[in-house]
Design a protein around this ligand. Structure first.
Ligand SMILES: Cc1cc2nc3c(=O)[nH]c(=O)nc-3n(C[C@H](O)[C@H](O)[C@H](O)COP(=O)(O)OP(=O)(O)OC[C@H]3O[C@@H](n4cnc5c(N)ncnc54)[C@H](O)[C@@H]3O)c2cc1C
Length: 536
């Protein structure tokens, strides 16, 4: 059996950042296990997002369980399965969240996670050439840019938002989040900046970093209450690796609780029912699942030539391909939702509670995923940023290849429904503001006849999907339901941490890639500091 100092399971947003930082010291032998392949050609080009969202070669393609507030629908739960994890297939919007998000985590007892504590990590991880020096980093590994606002529709939206009281705020990752802005993006020179590209590619030559792709971690090796290593398989062949110091699970919100449960760490009844020996009763494993349940309002645009519906077909597409080949921008180099707004749904709030994101294109459901609609138009998703509804994820089999059951329990907290209805009304207010009139906008969904909260929520239940931000299933905290402590150590087990989006106690206000990478950076500091103390 091979022995390493550290074994990192999962090379996604958090895991790749962590493996980079741990292996910066040539004295640390680091094994990075990734279930997916080393790369996929579509992961390099931003538009590849549309190809990877339904592609089993680089995506776990989970679906949720049917539930009342999805009217029995199973929702797609895409997750990246390759080096870079979900950062290799995501929509590339770069949003940190609000200072209050992290201050709340600290107030919940998680020492070291206030915004003042994590701001230096957000700065250290990024290379962004603009913004305020107090808030933004210039020399980190992750390239973050402002893609150019090419379409006139974006200027119209910014003006329309201003007309309904939503000011333009170019740096929502700076001192204030409020306002409308072009999305900042993990895109540089027309290429996706995944953590594989930014954290792993530059350190491939490190002799002490051992990256094994197509390696599925099947169980943690436990000696009493100490984690000693990992059992994994590569193309059917079983292997074991020993960790001299620690194992850090970075398999993401779906697979981190799955791996703990497969290893006998979780709710005893549930594990026993599946014939799994209980190694540690930890009732919070798989609980506290949160995600953004986001209806996509749909709008027809009568003005010609200004949406991607006009430019993504026939000769228009050829022009876009040439534009990408020569200028590295346009549709093929675009962030998923190029413009977004952070808005307060009512007076008296300290910070925005709603996010809107616009895509200058209408799509229709197709047999193999969304297809471009023949009708030119726009989609605007609108949702509460910090939902209170909580669901759970649990294994249904002791077979590591069987997908776990994902129950979101959406809209179970009534406040989420209230804010969702307000969010849809804010989308309407922007889309019908005077600055949009010349674009000849018609509401397609939910439709102008849907006006009361009940009518809007009825439509939400029939139509909403997630924005692919599941978090929280190995929640950090100090109470009996918490899975890890503020140093990300699994309660009750030594030599084992979890570091990825699953440790978030609550959802951050926005998209979740940036905070997940920050968690990987933070984990590196915690692991290295603890190791240094042991040596002293
Ligand atoms: C389609 C999509 C669009 C999104 N758009 C955006 C966006 O525009 N902006 C944004 O900020 N966020 C976006 N997100 C969310 C964001 O990308 C994720 O929150 C973030 O990447 C999560 O990071 P993570 O480290 O927790 O998990 P991941 O990045 O998912 O990494 C987990 C890794 O672990 C591996 N793994 C899992 N199980 C095992 C196992 N048993 N053995 C070995 N390896 C394993 C996985 O294959 C994966 O590589 C999007 C996500 C998706 C799926």
């Amino acid at each position: 059996m091979q022995t390493y100092d550290y074994i990192v399971v999962g090379a996604g947003s958090a895991g790749a950042a962590l493996a980079n930082r741990l292996s910066a010291d040539a004295g640390n032998q680091v094994l990075l296990l990734e279930a997916g392949p080393a790369s996929h050609p579509w992961s390099r080009i931003p538009i590849g997002y549309a190809r990877l969202i339904t592609n089993p070669a680089a995506n776990w393609l989970y679906t949720s369980e049917p539930e009342t507030n999805t009217t029995g629908r199973r929702l797609p739960v895409p997750r990246g399965k390759m080096l870079g994890g979900s950062s290799s297939i995501n929509g590339m919007a770069f949003v940190r969240g609000q200072a209050q998000d992290f201050d709340t985590w600290a107030q919940m007892g998680n020492t070291g996670w206030s915004y003042a504590d994590v701001l230096p990590l957000f700065k250290r991880m990024e290379r962004y050439d603009e913004g305020d020096d107090d808030y933004r980093g210039r020399s980190g590994p992750l390239r973050v840019t402002n893609p150019p606002p090419r379409l006139p529709i974006f200027a119209a939206l910014i003006e329309a938002a201003g007309q309904v009281g939503i000011a333009h705020n170019p740096d929502y990752n700076g001192p204030r989040q409020d306002g409308i802005a072009m999305s900042q993006a993990t895109i540089s020179s027309g290429r996706r900046m995944s953590t594989a590209r930014c954290y792993l590619d530059p350190v491939r030559t490190r002799a002490n970093l051992h990256v094994v792709s197509e390696a599925l971690a099947e169980a943690l090796l436990l000696d009493g209450t100490r984690c000693t290593g990992v059992r994994y398989s590569v193309r059917g062949a079983s292997h074991e690796a020993r960790a001299g110091c620690e194992v850090v699970v970075c398999a993401g919100t779906i697979n981190s609780p799955q791996l703990l449960e497969l290893s006998g760490i979780g709710q005893p009844e549930r594990l026993r029912d599946l014939g799994i020996e209980v190694r540690l009763a930890l009732p919070g494993v798989g609980e506290n699942l949160r995600d953004h349940y986001a209806p996509r309002t749909r709008w027809a645009i009568g003005a010609k030539g200004i949406t991607y519906n006009d430019t993504a077909r026939g000769f228009g597409l050829v022009r876009q391909a040439l534009r990408y080949a020569f200028l590295r921008d346009g549709l093929l180099g675009s962030v998923g939702a190029p413009i977004r707004a952070f808005v307060r749904s009512r007076d008296g709030l300290e910070a925005p509670d709603v996010m809107l994101g616009w895509v200058p294109m209408l799509t229709e459901p197709g047999p193999n995923g969304p297809i471009i609609s023949s009708q030119p138009g726009m989609t605007c998703y609108a949702h509460p940023m910090r939902p209170e509804s909580k669901g759970h994820i649990h294994i249904t089999s002791s077979d590591p290849r069987r997908p776990p059951a994902i129950n979101f329990n959406f809209l179970s907290a009534p406040i989420d429904g209230e804010i969702t209805a307000r969010a849809v009304r804010i989308a309407r207010a922007v889309m019908t503001a005077p600055a949009m009139a010349s674009l000849q906008v018609t509401e397609l969904a939910p439709g102008t006849t849907q006006t009361t909260d009940d009518e809007i929520l009825d439509w939400v239940k029939r139509a909403a999907e997630t924005t692919y931000h599941p978090v929280g299933t190995c929640r950090m905290g100090t109470d009996p339901i918490a899975v890890v402590d503020a140093r990300l150590r699994v309660h009750g087990i030594t030599g084992l941490r979890v570091a990825d989006a699953s440790i978030m106690p609550t959802l951050t206000s926005g998209n979740t890639n940036a905070p997940s990478i920050m968690i990987g950076e933070k984990a590196a500091d915690l692991v290295l500091r603890d190791a240094a103390q042991v040596r002293v």
